[in-house]
Design a protein around this ligand. Structure first.
Ligand code: SF4
Ligand code: ZN
Ligand code: ZN
Length: 326
C-alpha cells in the first residue's frame, strides 16, 4: 500500500509525475496550497477585494467554494456565492439543495437565481422553443446570468469551478475547430470591463478533476453526484476528455504543463475585432444586442436582460452578496 511521503500514513492519492503520495490530511493541505499558488501566481484576487463564486452544486463548485472559503481570510478577500437553478427537473432540484447546504455549512452568503421564476421556462423548454441543443442554450444563459450577477454585486471577479481536465478539453477543442478567439478567454483569469463585464477567475486552473473530487469528498462537502440528463457522450468535449485522460496516463503531468504554457501565451491568440459595446436593451457586454436579449426577444417577444438584471440584483441584496459603494 502506498504511504504518505510526509507522515507515512496510508495514501489517498499518488502523483505519478512527481512520485508524490499523500494521506488525506496532507492531500487537503497540498490542494489548498496549490490553489493559493494559482491565485498568487496569476494575481487572481486582491486584498480587500470581493469574489463571487458560481456554484452549480456539483463536485467542482463544492471544491471551489470550500477552498476559497479557507483562503479568503488568509488572502484578505471577501467571498459570496451565486447558484443558477436551470429548471432541469430533479437534477436541478438536487443541485440547488446541495448548493444551499454547501453555502450554509461554509457560512458563505448565497443568492439563488431561479430561471423558471425569472422567465417562466427552464432550460429544456427554452431549448425546444429556440430549436437549439439544451447545452448551447444553457451555456448562454449561465454566462449571461453569472456576468449579470458579478456586475450587479460589484464583484472584482466571478470565480468558476473549471478544473484542468475541463480547460485542456476546451483549449484543444478551440484548436481543432480553429475557434482561436476563444482561447484567450480560457486562461486563469480575464479582466473586467467596467459596467459591461466582470472578470472571470479559475482558481482550479491547475487542479485535476480527480483532485477536485477528492477535496470535496474528503472534506465532507455536500454536492450532487448525479450527471445532468442532457450531458451527452457523443459531444466532441466528451470524446476529447477520454483521449486526454489516456494521454495523461501515458505522459503524467502533460495536461497541467500544457495549461501552464498556454497561460503564458494567451496574448498571442487573436481577439474579437471591434470594441465591445453595451447591449441596447440591458447595457451588458455585447456587440449591439446581447445573446440573452436576442434569445428571449425571439422566444418570449421581449428582451429579458433588463428584468434579469433587476431580478438578480434583488436576489443578491436579499442574500447580502452585494458590495457596491455609493
Ligand atoms: Fe447545462 Fe448541458 Fe451542462 Fe446540462 S449538460 S448543465 S444542459 S451545459
Ligand atoms: Zn500524511
Ligand atoms: Zn442584453
Amino acid at each position: 500500500m502506498a504511504r504518505c511521503r510526509v507522515c507515512g500514513a496510508p495514501a489517498v492519492i499518488c502523483y505519478p509525475e512527481s512520485r508524490l503520495c499523500l494521506c488525506r490530511d496532507h492531500f487537503l493541505e497540498h490542494f489548498e496550497s496549490k490553489v493559493e499558488r494559482t491565485l498568487r501566481r496569476y494575481r487572481l484576487v486582491r486584498e480587500g477585494g470581493f469574489v463571487l463564486a458560481a456554484v452549480s452544486g456539483g463536485k467542482d463548485s463544492a471544491a471551489l467554494l470550500g477552498v476559497l472559503s479557507r483562503l479568503s481570510s488568509r488572502l484578505g478577500f471577501r467571498l459570496a456565492a451565486v447558484h443558477i437553478d436551470l429548471g432541469i427537473g430533479e437534477y436541478s432540484r438536487r443541485s440547488r439543495e446541495a448548493a444551499v447546504r454547501l453555502a450554509r455549512e461554509l457560512g458563505v452568503p448565497l443568492a439563488v437565481i431561479d430561471l423558471r421564476e425569472l422567465l417562466g421556462l427552464g432550460v429544456p423548454e427554452l431549448a425546444v422553443k429556440a430549436r437549439r441543443p439544451p447545452c448551447s442554450v444553457c451555456g448562454l444563459v449561465k454566462r449571461y446570468l453569472t456576468n449579470a450577477a458579478g456586475v450587479e454585486a460589484c464583484a472584482d471577479a466571478v470565480a468558476l469551478g473549471h478544473n484542468a481536465d475541463d480547460l485542456a478539453v476546451y483549449a484543444l477543442k478551440s484548436f481543432l475547430t480553429q475557434d482561436l478567439e476563444a482561447i484567450p478567454k480560457l486562461g486563469p483569469g480575464t479582466e473586467s470591463i467596467p459596467g459591461l463585464a466582470v472578470g472571470r477567475i479559475r482558481p482550479l486552473y491547475l487542479a485535476s478533476e480527480k483532485e477536485s473530487f477528492l477535496y470535496a469528498y474528503l472534506s465532507g462537502l455536500p454536492f450532487n453526484h448525479e450527471e445532468c440528463p442532457h450531458a451527452s457522450r457523443r459531444l466532441l468535449e466528451f470524446i476529447l476528455k477520454e483521449h486526454l485522460a489516456s494521454l495523461e496516463s501515458r505522459r503524467p503531468g502533460l495536461r497541467t504543463q500544457f495549461l501552464a504554457k498556454l497561460a503564458k501565451r494567451l496574448n498571442d491568440y487573436p481577439k474579437p475585432e471591434g470594441e465591445p459595446r453595451p447591449c441596447r436593451h440591458c447595457g451588458l457586454l455585447s456587440w449591439g444586442e446581447c445573446s440573452f436579449c436576442r434569445l428571449t426577444r425571439r422566444i418570449l417577444g421581449e428582451p429579458m436582460g433588463p428584468k434579469a438584471r433587476e431580478y438578480v440584483r434583488a436576489k443578491l441584496e436579499e442574500a447580502g452578496a452585494v458590495m457596491c459603494r455609493g
